[in-house]
Design a protein around this ligand. Structure first.
Ligand SMILES: Cc1ncc(C[n+]2csc(CCOP(=O)(O)OP(=O)(O)O)c2C)c(N)n1
Ligand SMILES: [Mg+2]
Length: 356
């Protein structure tokens, strides 16, 4: 199966274009836009880890290493499209138009962080694994029935493919031929469970065969292949040609969340090695250097601009009070169920107890 679903690249690890038919479409303007987003996305992630360590935001989910997957796929979207992210996809959300401040408010536990940005169909991140997949397929069905040209992208991890929701979503989308792109980031771990213990199949892309839809396996650290393959899948979706499953093979360098210690379940040398050989940003820099498009002064300016934007967002986030724990219970349903009402009572009783 691995030979039927090879990992496709447009740019190899050395930053060379290996599929010349794309050469003309890779303009300097596109590359500069991509690079700006990659840098902003990575700097934001690192800032969040330090904010979490200082107790200025809550538990945080890092995505460092997966930036090409998130930026490349989000840049392929059009304004009217829908995005269904997970807790790890705020890089994609910010690229598609969610503000940095709102993203920080989400991680601070403020409900403001869950409100979709004005004019953008970005659904709040799904923390329960794979539950967003049938929602995305249903939304695509609604767009189809309305006769629009809007498409849907839904993100999920390798672990999510073991959930019933993944299979239900793909089956529904295939039967009703709806405009959805299933974008899998195969970072090869579901918390501490490696992909080899997650599934017997050699690839995730091959699971598309069961639903008779296209399945593509790409190098998730090559932003060009992510961008162009997502764009083509979205195009098929818009033109009535149904769903696509994309498996983007990647790696998270850091911990699953800030409350996880990856040294307990994997060799840290592996992340170090991948950082040196397969990093999505370094690869883009190698490409720009070979093209003669690399400009140190411009690159410093990109970092400077990102830093100013991030610091402003942090300052805005800090003007908001701490999260109110009552929100956790009050915003699940319009009318609270008795179970939630009981949980809320129990929480505040406990809190009063420890506060004396
Ligand atoms: C339905 C459900 N079961 C279990 C969990 C606990 N959980 C949180 S993250 C995670 C691993 C998910 O792995 P993957 O889908 O590969 O995504 P990644 O975190 O690697 O991006 C699990 C099992 C959950 N959030 N939801
Ligand atoms: Mg994973």
């Amino acid at each position: 199966m691995e030979s039927q679903f090879p990992i496709i690249q447009i740019m190899n690890e050395q930053g060379c274009i290996v599929r010349s038919e794309y050469r003309e479409q890779i303009t300097k303007e596109l590359v500069m836009t991509m690079y700006r987003h990659l840098i902003r996305t990575r700097m934001f992630d690192r800032k969040c880890i330090s904010l979490q360590r200082q107790g200025r935001i809550g538990t945080y989910v890092p995505y460092e290493g997966q930036e090409a997957c998130q930026v490349g796929s989000a840049l392929a979207l059009r304004d009217g499209d829908w995005m269904f992210p997970t807790y790890r996809d705020h890089g994609a959300m910010m690229t598609f138009g969610r503000s940095l401040t709102q993203t920080l408010l989400y991680w601070k536990g403020r409900t403001e962080g869950c409100i979709p940005p004005e004019g953008r169909k970005i659904v709040p991140p799904s923390v329960p694994i794979a539950t967003q997949i049938p929602h995305a397929a249903g939304t695509a069905y609604a767009e189809k029935r309305k006769g629009t040209k809007n498409a849907v992208i839904v993100y999920f991890g390798d672990g999510a493919t073991s959930e019933g929701d993944f299979h239900e979503g793909l089956n529904f989308a295939s039967v009703f031929n709806v405009p959805v792109v299933f974008f899998n980031q195969n970072n090869q771990y579901a918390i501490s469970v490696p992909i080899t213990r997650q599934m017997k199949s050699k690839t995730i892309a091959q699971k598309a065969m069961a639903y008779d839809i296209p399945g593509i396996r790409i190098d998730g650290n090559d932003i060009f292949v992510v961008y162009f393959e997502t764009q083509q899948a979205l195009e098929r979706a818009r033109n009535g040609r149904g769903p696509t499953l994309i498996e983007a093979v990647t790696w998270r360098y850091g911990a699953h969340t800030t409350s996880d210690d990856p040294s307990k379940y994997r060799d840290q040398e592996e992340s170090k090695r991948r950082r040196e050989t397969a990093d999505p940003i370094k690869r883009m820099e190698r490409f720009m250097q070979q093209e003669g498009w690399w400009d140190e002064k411009w690159a410093n300016q990109v970092q400077e601009e990102a830093s100013v934007e991030i610091e402003q967002a942090v300052a805005e986030m800090e003007r908001y009070p701490k999260a109110n724990p009552a929100d956790m219970f009050d915003y699940v349903f319009a009318q609270p169920t008795w179970t939630i009402a009981e949980q809320k009572n129990a929480y505040f009783q406990w809190k009063r107890g420890i506060e004396g």
